[in-house]
Design a protein around this ligand. Structure first.
Ligand code: ATP
Ligand code: MG
Length: 391
């Protein structure tokens, strides 16, 4: 059962949150928390450090003025659509003035500010995302989102096709929330509308898609959902990767970078462009994929030496890709954990001290030393290593 009041939520009891509510006339019902924080607190699934969003009847300038007067730091992070970020102590809250769309062209919404809570709810995407919480923990649920939440139903607000025509990103959000809150079951109307719209989403910003996808790749269960998205042409999955993704989550993995590696090493570059991924993210995923390839080949020492911590993620990826038995996984994990991995204790100047000149010869010598080092299990000391070259 969904409670009518949020009492146990850690964030709600925080003095900083209560101060912000008080400053923004939350007691009079003019400001309420909304979105993910409310939804996830209701089902006991909110994560530490989750974003806190609030909706308010107060105009953005009033939010800024009142907050400043109370000594709360203010940042006009999205002031043109009515969003101000407030920061008090370690708590930061995004406060957005109630708005109503007057015109949309599928990408940009022109907004006017309002004080109509039902209208604010109606312009959100899914009923489970239109749940509000008063300063005292009372729930405001104008669209029956709480019922849908317990039933795991990710239901568009209003007519799905029309809501997708307003903002095509909602197709990706439908899949993300069906994976996180719908047990990877899909509301029939929503699914049909997503399928109809799937060929016509080229105009959606890649950053927005990438951000939804990366959030999705960090969820516990997404393999089935990705399979459906693949059928609709919304995501490309390399042959064989579907089963690997299933095995990966059966092992309890939920790392977005490992998921990227599993989706296909060859396709990382196109995916970077499609989802506007950072170079850091792509090289992280690449390292995990490379570590996994070494582990599959039995080169545990090399994987650990070259990729350090990424080899641990590579382990789950390798196991998922090849369908390892629990025993093989446990054994390889043990080997990996036991290795006293350390950098090569010999460098170019050690070689120069022994009379070698910089150049191709030195490069070759260092490669031999590196191999001896890794293959010894990181046990040889400097002299023993140098003896391999200068005997
Ligand atoms: P999460 O816990 O994943 O952050 P969230 O519900 O907070 O989930 P956000 O993407 O942070 O999701 O968005 C905050 C809220 O803004 C949503 O709950 C929803 O009410 C509204 N929202 C966000 N994106 C859209 C959209 N494209 N169309 C309509 N409403 C949206
Ligand atoms: Mg959020």
């Amino acid at each position: 059962m969904i409670p009518e009041r949020l009492t146990a939520a850690e964030w709600l009891a925080r003095p900083e949150v209560q101060t912000i509510f008080a400053v923004l006339e939350g007691d009079a019902g003019r400001t309420r928390a909304v979105g993910g924080i409310v939804r996830d607190s209701l089902i006991g699934a909110s994560r530490d450090g989750a974003d806190i969003d609030m909706a308010t009847e107060l105009l953005p300038v009033a939010v800024m003025q009142k907050a400043k007067a109370a000594g709360i730091a203010t940042y006009p992070t999205g002031i043109e659509h009515g969003t101000v970020t407030l920061r008090l102590g370690a708590t930061s809250v995004e406060v957005t003035t109630l708005r109503q769309d007057v015109r949309t062209d599928g990408r940009h919404a022109e907004v006017v500010f309002g004080s109509d809570w039902a209208a604010d709810a109606a312009r959100r995407d899914f009923t489970i995302n239109a749940l509000y919480c008063h300063a005292d923990g009372r729930l405001y649920d104008p669209l029956g989102g709480a019922g849908d939440l317990i039933n795991g139903r990710v239901r568009f607000i209003g007519e799905a096709a029309r809501r997708i025509a307003e903002d095509g990103l909602r197709v990706f959000r439908f899949f993300r929330f069906s994976a996180s809150h719908g047990g990877e079951q899909f509301d029939a109307e929503g699914l049909a509308a997503c399928q109809d719209a799937a060929d016509d989403l080229d105009h959606i910003s890649r950053e927005r898609i990438g951000s939804e996808m990366m959030r999705m790749l960090g969820l516990p269960r997404i393999a089935r959902t990705l399979g459906v998205m693949d059928q609709f042409g919304l995501v490309r999955i390399a042959p064989g990767a579907g089963e690997a993704l299933l095995r990966y989550e059966a092992l309890g993995g939920a790392s977005p970078m490992a998921r990227l590696a599993l989706l296909g090493r060859e396709s990382l570059e196109t995916r970077q462009a499609d989802w506007r991924l950072s170079n850091g993210a792509v090289s992280h995923a690449q390292n995990i994929a490379d570590a996994a390839a070494m582990l599959r080949a039995g080169d545990v020492g090399w994987a650990a030496y070259r990729f350090g911590e990424d080899a641990v993620e590579g382990l789950a990826v390798a196991a998922a890709e090849e369908g390892w038995s629990r025993d093989r996984l446990a054994e390889t994990a043990r080997d990996l954990g036991r290795l006293p991995v350390a950098p090569l204790p010999v460098n170019g100047s050690d070689l120069v001290a022994r009379g070698m000149k910089a150049g191709p010869e030195m490069g070759a010598a260092l490669a031999i030393l590196e191999r001896a080092w890794v293959e010894s299990g990181f046990l040889l000391d400097k002299d023993a290593l140098l003896d391999r070259i200068f005997h």
